[in-house]
Each structure stands twice: as C-alpha cells, then as structure tokens.
Design a protein around this ligand. Structure first.
Ligand SMILES: [Zn+2]
Length: 160
C-alpha cells in the first residue's frame, strides 16, 4: 500500500526533528515545506517553475548553441524547427513574445557562420569552374591565334 504525501512528509519531519531541537512553529514550517516539495516531486517537477529565472537573450543565443526561451531546451543549432514542431510557433511570433531584435539570428552563430562558409565555398567552386572554362576557352583561342600567327610568320619569312 502506497503511503500518502502527508504521511511521508510527517516521517521525514519526525526523522529530522529527532536529530534537532525545533519549536512547534519551526516544525510546522518545515512540515509545510517538505509537503510542498513532495507534492512537486509527485507532479514530476524537479524544481518549482517560479524559481527558474527567465533566460536573457544573451543566455539564450550563444556562439555554439541556442536555447528555447519557452521550454528551456538547449544545445540546439537553430530554433526554427524546434519552434515549429514543439510549440507550433513561427519565428516572427517567438521574436515578438521575447522581444528578440530582427538582427539576432535564431540560429547559433557558429552554425550561421558554417552555413555562410559553405555557401561561400560553393560560390568559390562555381567561380573556379567558370574561371577554368574561361581559361580553357582562352587556351583554345590562343592556340588558334598562334597557329594563325605562325602561318603569318612563315608567310612573312618566305616574303623576305
Ligand atoms: Zn521549446
């Protein structure tokens, strides 16, 4: 048979009181405190929500991770998907609720930078491919030109 929260609180208090001299008021205060803590545990709360300070924007958006300011989930690279899947929220609504400036990306800085670098790399690869094409075209035209000029040169030599 499961014991009730009140019985459990009384048992904890009795164990505590037997080791220390407490006034009735102190005992009652402690009983209330233990009872509240046990109730919170029963509900699956590890700590009362009011004790958790809200995250500042600076705390929520770090270089390598972003933390959800609604549920406190951290270690994410970007919030957009989490907001959509867990909170059914659009980034615009999230920004409005927490007063996040539009200049603040909803992704971790390192993630944004990595994406940017990747895009630049792709751009660079495209540019390289283009440059190679131009070079090949130049070589082809130079070959054609050198053939022409050697023909001209030969023609010039034969004229002398
Ligand atoms: Zn969340």
């Amino acid at each position: 048979m499961a014991i009730t929260t009140t019985e459990l609180a009384a048992q904890i208090l009795a164990a505590h009181a037997s080791n220390s001299e407490m006034t009735t008021d102190e005992l009652l205060a402690e009983l209330a405190q233990i009872h509240a803590s046990l109730k919170a545990l029963e509900k699956g709360e590890t700590a009362p929500a009011a004790n958790r300070p809200p995250l500042t924007i600076k705390e929520a958006f770090k270089k390598n991770e972003v933390t959800c300011m609604i549920c406190g989930k951290g270690g994410m690279k970007t919030l957009t998907r989490h907001l959509n899947q867990i909170h059914h929220m659009k980034p615009r609504e999230y920004r409005k609720q927490f007063g996040i400036p539009t200049a603040q990306s909803l992704s971790a800085k390192s993630y944004t930078e990595a994406r940017k670098a990747l895009a630049q790399e792709r751009g660079l690869a495209d540019n390289l491919a283009k440059a190679r094409e131009i070079r090949m075209a130049n070589i082809a035209s130079r070959k054609a030109a050198s053939v022409k000029s050697s023909v001209k040169g030969k023609a010039a030599k034969t004229q002398k």
